[in-house]
Design a protein around this ligand. Structure first.
Ligand SMILES: [Zn+2]
Length: 73
């Protein structure tokens, strides 16, 4: 993985909770990898994406930032 510079408190791609520094869970979407806070979020999100429902993440608007914006900080 190349995303080793995430800031503390990066929101989980699935639930939006801050991802602990020690967490090493990743959700693969398109050609990208997003941080997850725990194995449960990682598994649930990956299941959603792998079953063809990634639009859930692309289209939702109810988190404070887009996951992409969160990763750039
Ligand atoms: Zn989570």
């Amino acid at each position: 993985m190349t995303e080793t510079n995430q800031a503390p408190g990066t929101p989980c791609f699935h639930c939006g909770e801050p991802v602990p520094k020690s967490a090493d869970y990743w959700i693969r979407i398109d050609s990208d990898a997003k941080p997850a806070c725990c194995r449960g979020c990682e598994a649930v999100a990956q299941t959603i994406i792998d079953s063809g429902n990634a639009d859930y993440y692309r289209l939702r608007t109810d988190l404070p930032k887009t996951p992409e914006a969160a990763l750039r900080n």
